[in-house]
Ligand binder design. Structure first.
Ligand SMILES: [Fe+2]
Length: 171
C-alpha cells in the first residue's frame, strides 16, 4: 500500500535512517574504515534528525491515534516504544564511548541492527495500522500537528544558534 501523504515526511526520515543503520553495520563488521568517524556521523544525524523524529512519533502520532480510539496496547505499538527506549539507551552508550575515544563495534552493530528492525516494524506494521485506523480528517490533524512540531523545532534550533553567536561575540 502506498504511504498516506500525511505520513510521508516521517517515511522519508525512515529512508535516511536506514542508510545510517546500514552504514553502522558495515563499519562494525570492518567493511569500511573509520569506526569512530562513522559513530560521530551517526551521533550528528541522531541530534539533527532522529531524536526529534522519535519525539514527533511519541508526542503527535500516538496521541492523535489515542484521541481517535486507536488501541495503544496493540503489540506493534508497544514494541515500537520499547525500541525507542532501547535505541536511546544504546545512543547514550555510543556517545560515552566516542567521548572516551573508544567506539566499540558491538555498540555500532547493536544500534544499526535495532534501528533497521525498528524502521521495518514502523513501515510494515505501525504505519499501515495507523492508516487503517485514522479517518482522513484525523490523518489531516496528524499532518498539521507534525507541521507545528517541525516549525517549533526549527525555531528552537535557530534560537540556540543565535545564543551561541551572542556568546561568541561577547567573549
Ligand atoms: Fe519512526
Amino acid at each position: 500500500m502506498k504511504r498516506a501523504a500525511e505520513l510521508r515526511g516521517l517515511s522519508d526520515d525512515h529512508h535516511r535512517g536506514l542508510v545510517q543503520a546500514r552504514r553502522l553495520q558495515r563499519a562494525a563488521s570492518g567493511e569500511t574504515d573509520g569506526l569512530s568517524e562513522t559513530a560521530r556521523a551517526f551521533l550528528d544525524f541522531w541530534q539533527e534528525e532522529t531524536s526529534a523524529h522519535f519525539r514527533r512519533e511519541e508526542e503527535v502520532l500516538l496521541p492523535v491515534l489515542a484521541r481517535y480510539g486507536g488501541d495503544l496496547a496493540r503489540e506493534p505499538l508497544v514494541e515500537m516504544l520499547v525500541q525507542h527506549a532501547r535505541i536511546r539507551g544504546l545512543v547514550m552508550q555510543l556517545s560515552d564511548e566516542v567521548t572516551d575515544g573508544d567506539a566499540r563495534p558491538e555498540t555500532l552493530r547493536g544500534i544499526g541492527e535495532l534501528l533497521e528492525a525498528h524502521i521495518r516494524l514502523e513501515e510494515r506494521q505501525v504505519f499501515p495500522m495507523i492508516e487503517e485506523t485514522l479517518s482522513t480528517d484525523a490523518l489531516g490533524e496528524v499532518a498539521s500537528r507534525l507541521a507545528v512540531a517541525e516549525a517549533g523545532a526549527g525555531a528552537a534550533t535557530g534560537r540556540q544558534r543565535e545564543g551561541g553567536e551572542d556568546e561568541a561575540a561577547s567573549s
